[in-house]
Design a protein around this ligand. Structure first.
Ligand code: SF4
Ligand code: SF4
Length: 472
């Protein structure tokens, strides 16, 4: 039944295979010999199977767990260095015809304010985002063929790319919209999107159907096979995610990795990113009523084990998580974070009035982008506003083969330093600018190739001189 090459959801995410995996992992959670051999394999940094990674996830031996964390840190350092890519979500509309029981945008919620941004409002939001310093957005909409048809999303993408305000520009628009047809994915591809992100929410089919009682999203297979349709349509970079708390985390973890194996088996390239959201309180949603919520320690273990299992896949954590939690998981493998986010429809240009709120969930990390950038640098990270790969056509298997050859790191550090310098010149507070300039002066010496180093130094002068948008 289990077949990673199959195009049928229930065959590449086989329930039986997940149950057997969980049994196998449980039976071997203290099998030190096996755990050692899996850690040894992971040290080759070529990834692990869902079974192997599932054993590490449940391993109870403290010493081995410390080895797992150390290895996750090492892999993070080797593949991503100390760079963290920054982005912000932009909610276009919260009209939705689905019945997801964990999201306040579900159709039956008559209490929440329903909003849809006009193109003029989008311009205002994007200018506000540009004025914060953002270059990379994740578009979000509910599913509603009448209020949010694909034409609206396409028009909005065009508007966003077209806004040039002072030195600002949105250079990469990732899109997180409902599962759709190959035809619509082709249109998104033509509109120049970066990653197409779709969270599975849960891989457990029965739970999925219970949690999605009504609306088009209730079709498990159509949803689970969406990334395949996006890839078939030519979108090279797709993003996965589960909403931890909806089901048992061990089940979701195995499902997530099986999904990644399916992409590898069929398209020769795994997911571009994996997001790890946890369920949060929201308008009419009580996160405590979901019995499978996970604590910070388990969350950190999941992040570390994903890092080890799929070293080439970027990992995203949002402002759903607190500063303290983000601090911990940044070390263990997270490569992208949001900052200064609003999870409401509108709210960047002007705060939403108290009596007209449209937030999808409570934000835990409420700091401004400048505060987040400052904090990252104080902790030894390099905030990066880089969007180079997608703009240079380094997507899909081209991107992955560069990653696997290790060559991508020759681009990432120079690009991180140049885009950070743009940020410092245009948007940073005095203190952030001071720390950032010192960091750039230090980090530039870590660029391995002398020729590249010289080019970056020249471009840093050019940036001070008012020029923008240099990239490798
Ligand atoms: S999770 Fe998405 S599809 Fe479900 S109700 Fe919320 S906006 Fe709609
Ligand atoms: S060079 Fe490519 S992989 Fe590296 S940070 Fe920029 S966009 Fe990402």
């Amino acid at each position: 039944m289990y077949d990673p090459k199959s195009m049928k959801a229930e065959e590449f995410i086989s329930h039986e295979e997940i149950m057997e995996t969980l049994e196998y992992a449980e039976a071997n959670k203290n099998n030190i010999e096996l755990i050692d051999s899996i850690i040894e394999k992971a040290r080759q940094k070529k990834g692990l199977s869902h079974r192997e990674a599932s054993v590490l996830l449940v391993c109870e031996d403290e010493e081995k767990n410390n080895e797992i964390y150390a290895l996750a840190k090492e892999i993070k350092q080797e593949f991503y260095g100390n760079r963290i890519v920054m982005f912000a979500p932009l909610y276009l509309s919260n009209y939705c015809v689905n019945g997801c029981v964990y999201c306040p945008y579900h159709m039956k919620n008559k209490h929440i304010a329903r909003k849809k941004l006009t193109q003029e409002e989008i311009k205002k939001e994007v200018i506000a985002l540009q004025d914060m310093g953002h270059k990379r957005l994740a578009l979000e909409t509910g599913e509603d063929p009448v209020n949010n048809p694909i034409e609206y999303v396409l028009e909005s993408i065009k508007t966003i790319y077209g806004i040039k305000h002072k030195n600002g520009a949105i250079r990469r628009v990732n899109v997180n919209i409902a599962a759709t047809t190959v035809e619509n994915y082709k249109k998104l591809k033509e509109a120049g999107i970066g990653t197409y992100i779709l969270f599975q929410e849960t891989y457990h089919k029965e739970s999925y159907e219970r949690l999605h009682p009504t609306g088009p999203k209730s079709d498990y297979a159509y949803h689970t096979e969406a990334h395949d349709r996006a890839m078939t349509a030519g979108i090279d970079d797709v993003g996965f995610g589960v909403l931890f708390g909806l089901e048992k985390y061990k089940y979701e973890f195995a499902g997530l990795l099986m999904h990644a194996e399916h992409m590898e088996a069929v398209f020769g390239v795994g997911p571009h990113t994996i997001s790890v959201p946890r369920i949060r309180h929201a308008d009419d949603i009580d996160a405590d009523s979901f019995k499978d919520g996970i604590n910070d320690d388990i969350f950190a273990k999941i992040v570390a084990c994903i890092r080890i299992a799929v070293p080439y896949t970027g990992m995203i954590v949002s402002t759903r998580e607190s500063k303290a939690c983000r601090e911990k998981v940044l070390e263990l493998g997270i490569s992208q974070i949001s900052g200064g986010s609003r999870t409401s429809v509108g709210g960047y240009a002007e705060p939403e009035p108290e009596d007209n709120k449209s937030e999808q969930f409570d934000v835990e990390d409420k700091r401004t982008l400048d505060e987040v950038v400052n904090w990252l640098m104080r902790r030894g990270h390099i905030p990066s506003f880089c969007t180079a790969c997608y703009r240079e056509g380094r997507t899909g298997d081209r991107f992955m083969s560069l990653c696997k050859s290790g060559q991508i790191s020759n681009c990432c550090l120079p690009n991180a330093l140049m885009t950070l310098d743009e940020y410092l010149e245009d948007y940073a507070s005095e203190d952030t600018k001071k720390i950032g300039k010192e960091l750039i002066a230090r980090e530039i010496e870590n660029i391995p190739k002398e020729k590249v180093k010289a080019i970056v130094k020249k471009h840093l002068y050019d940036i001070e001189d008012g020029q923008r948008d240099f990239r490798f």
